[in-house]
Design a protein around this ligand. Structure first.
Ligand code: ZN
Length: 370
């Protein structure tokens, strides 16, 4: 492709590739569980952005944190009878093996929450100094009303989401039930660290804020995560960062990956309807699973069924058959790249590659690791 004609990658209307590096942050897993298809979808989509930007000549850095300070992790480690640090390290090892199996490139940065506790304390202190947060009974809270309003949520929805994602509405130390802890008093038997407000531990959103600021400074190009993290997690993460640094926006673009459902409810351990990424790769192939995850709009929810995987495997086979044919069409390849660069239109890129075959199909399997 001639210089100057390389398309620029846009996501949700934001031009990601401007000059130099593209900084991507994706909320990582809480390492207490096997990688399910919902996790796989998020990380394979981020991997697709990474690979497409590289193909377009960008310098990409991906930061995928490890949330190894979390209630569910403490509880799971206790059930397993081990120290949470060791338990988390073993689970993280399995997660990384699953990412390898799915062909996800290793991130440039992989911060672990337990290492960033001093940075969360600094963040909480900065928010207090600016009058953006308040201290109460040994915890530090960020007021939630403005954050919910900014996210366009009414009161009932905000309360429901805070409750759904582990926030205690009845915490007596809060001024408002939807306020979220930047720093919180540790529960019985949970690990605790020293702070100016007494022993405690970081709030979930504050962990990501501290890790993102520590990795990239006050702003980034793309923040990604599952659509279920939109509120309260991402909204508070951004609000805290912006209040502490004064730099707006914290993220130039957001990528919220559509929820994977199993005939209705969201796939989640608490619902008990998990489909594991590893099992699907063993039943089919990494290329078939990646095709299933990517051959759709990234932001739409969808239902997993074995038939969806079979159809994806057939489409993946078709792509490989097409790749075995002769021919190379520069205009078709440019159309494939333009589809990928324009809000990651993988279905269109695949359709073109299947029709053209040859080098165009071979290059698409490489770019998306299909
Ligand atoms: Zn996060």
């Amino acid at each position: 492709m001639a210089l100057g004609s390389t398309p620029r990658m846009t996501l949700g209307g934001t031009d990601l590739s401007v000059v130099g590096r593209t900084r991507i942050y994706v909320c990582g897993v809480t390492p207490y569980d096997v990688t399910h298809l919902g996790h796989a979808a998020t990380y394979v989509w981020v991997d697709a952005v990474d690979r497409v930007l590289r193909r377009l000549g960008g310098q990409v850095e991906v930061c995928r944190n490890v949330t190894d300070v979390d209630d569910v992790l403490f509880a799971a480690a206790e059930r397993a009878g081990g120290l949470y640090e060791q338990f988390a390290a073993v689970q993280q090892f399995h997660f990384e093996q699953d990412m390898d199996l799915l062909g996800v490139r290793k991130p440039a940065h992989e911060p672990r929450a337990h290492v960033f506790v001093p940075q969360v304390v600094a963040l909480a202190q900065s928010l207090l100094d600016k009058g953006a947060a308040y201290e109460s009974a040994g915890s530090v809270y960020l007021p939630g009303a403005g954050v919910a309003e900014q996210a366009g949520l009414d009161r009932d929805t905000a309360e429901r989401l805070v409750k759904e994602y582990g926030g205690r509405l009845d915490d007596p130390a809060k001024r408002d039930p939807i306020d979220q802890a930047v720093w919180q008093v540790s529960g019985e038997g949970e690990p605790a660290w020293d702070s100016p407000w007494g022993p405690g531990r970081p709030g979930w959103h504050a962990e990501c804020t501290a890790m993102a600021l520590s990795t990239y400074g006050p702003s980034m190009d793309l923040h990604a995560g599952g659509a279920d993290l939109r509120f309260p997690h991402h909204a508070f993460e951004a609000a805290q960062a912006q209040a502490a640094t004064g730099v707006v926006p914290f993220a130039r673009a957001w990528m919220h990956v559509g929820i994977v459902q199993l005939e209705g409810p969201k796939m989640a351990k608490s619902v008990g309807n998990l489909v594991f990424a590893k099992d699907l790769v063993q039943q089919s192939s990494p290329g078939a699973v990646r095709t299933m995850l990517l051959d759709r709009r990234y932001d739409e929810p969808w239902d997993y069924t074995p038939e969806v995987l079979q159809r994806a495997a057939a489409r993946n086979d078709e792509l490989y058959r097409a790749a075995g044919t002769p021919g190379t069409d520069q205009a078709a390849w440019e159309a494939v790249l333009a589809a990928l660069a324009g809000d990651l239109d993988v279905p269109r890129a695949l359709d073109i590659a299947l029709e053209e075959g040859g080098q165009v199909a071979r290059d698409l399997t490489t770019v998306l690791a299909l």
